[in-house]
Design a binder for this molecule. Structure first.
Ligand code: NAD
Ligand code: LMR
Length: 331
């Protein structure tokens, strides 16, 4: 089976290690690396690794079509990262246009691809992709995902740091909402395996998970944001999609930021009610051959988590609208 993956922004801080991890995935037959700079060297380097994927290099806007043509999976970490003192929303001004143009390319060259959006602000860039696909008449909400996996990866690591469990991989903290400070809502009450926390532990952990990205931005001191942990998280999510799509594995659940339109009609109303009618939200999502197989509900939460959710919903409403308005006015 042919399985082509295109990475847009492949020469960047995330793009390079992410492409390396994808090159190690033996289900991928073609890895198309696209960037506006430096990508030939990255592709030549990765192309020497003796795994099945053929690596192709695409540099410059005029090569975008060839990179995306017939891709089954498109991963987008293109755009600028934060510096200390910036919010993710501060990136909108530059990144919104980059994502819109890449979405236009994908709508034309690979309209059925699974689209994995890493570029910030994810809460707005995913609605941008959705609106572009709608305008081009190729929208399938089951195939567009905002990658929030890094929050989940961090949560299990941070819990392990204070509880001293042996294997952080086994710790699962559902994270819902979106991907920016107050919209990142860890549901520690639903942690698996179950664990008792004091309220002080819950508040400290929640704060650390919500602002984990800032820790890295501060430590890098002007040289960007998380790249290596993000590459791991992006590869984990891409691999989950590939396992569901190529291998037909079932029961794979990953939190991810999706459109409520991807919900099956029998559950859509109940899910919308949980998020006060928002069009996009990060839920635990069961993946399947078509992408979103089933959106799992938020379920029962603590009083503390209810308050976090209310704050997240308010902020997300504005971020989603910002993305929608951008496509409506700048197309
Ligand atoms: P970077 O600057 O190191 O790399 C970005 C790459 O995108 C560069 O190589 C650049 O040339 C390329 N690029 C710019 N415009 C492009 C275009 N029009 N087409 C194709 N490529 C283009 O940045 P980074 O550290 O890799 O971060 C990339 C993005 O990912 C940022 O927006 C960052 O905020 C975001 N991010 C998201 C998460 C998440 O959890 N979703 C985590 C970390 C970073
Ligand atoms: C992260 O969570 O690390 C990313 O969203 C990058 C950032 O700006 O913090």
């Amino acid at each position: 089976m042919v399985f082509k993956v295109a990475v847009c922004g492949a020469a960047g801080g995330i793009g390079q290690p992410l492409s390396l991890l994808l090159k190690l995935n033996t289900d991928i037959t073609h890895l198309a690396l696209y960037d506006i700079v430096n990508v030939p060297g990255v592709a030549a380097d990765l192309g020497h690794i003796n795994t099945p994927a053929v690596v192709t290099s695409h540099k410059g806007a005029e090569t975008m079509g060839a990179a995306l043509q017939d891709a089954q999976l498109v991963i987008i970490p293109a755009g600028i990262p934060r510096k200390p003192g910036m919010t993710r929303d501060d990136l909108f001004r530059i990144n919104a246009g980059i994502i819109r143009d890449l979405a236009l390319g994908a709508a034309k060259h690979c309209p059925n691809a699974f689209m994995l959006i890493i570029s910030n602000p994810v809460n707005s860039t995913v609605p941008i992709v959705a609106e572009v696909f709608k305008a081009q008449g190729v929208y399938n909400p089951k195939r567009i995902f905002g990658v929030t996996t890094l929050d989940v990866v961090r949560a299990s690591r941070f819990v392990t740091d204070i509880k001293g469990w042996v294997d952080p991989v086994a710790v699962r903290v559902p994270i819902v909402g979106g991907h920016s400070g107050p919209t990142i809502v860890p549901l520690l009450s639903q942690i698996q395996p179950t664990q008792d926390f004091t309220q002080a532990e819950i508040e400290a952990l929640t704060q650390r998970i919500q602002y984990g990205g800032d820790e890295v931005v501060q430590a890098k001191d002007g040289a960007g944001s998380a790249t290596l942990s993000m590459a791991h998280a992006g590869a984990r999510f891409a691999t989950a999609i590939i396992r569901a799509v190529v291998r037909g594995e079932t029961g794979i659940v990953e939190p991810t930021y999706v459109a409520l339109a991807a919900a099956d009609p029998a559950h859509a109303e109940a899910l919308r009610a949980e998020v006060s009618g928002l069009d996009h939200f990060a839920f635990p999502v069961e993946l399947g051959k078509e992408g979103v197989h089933r959106i799992h509900p938020i379920g029962s939460v603590s009083e503390y988590e209810k308050k976090l959710l209310a704050t997240a919903v308010k902020e997300l409403a504005g971020s989603i609208q910002k993305g929608v308005d951008f496509v409506a006015t700048k197309n």
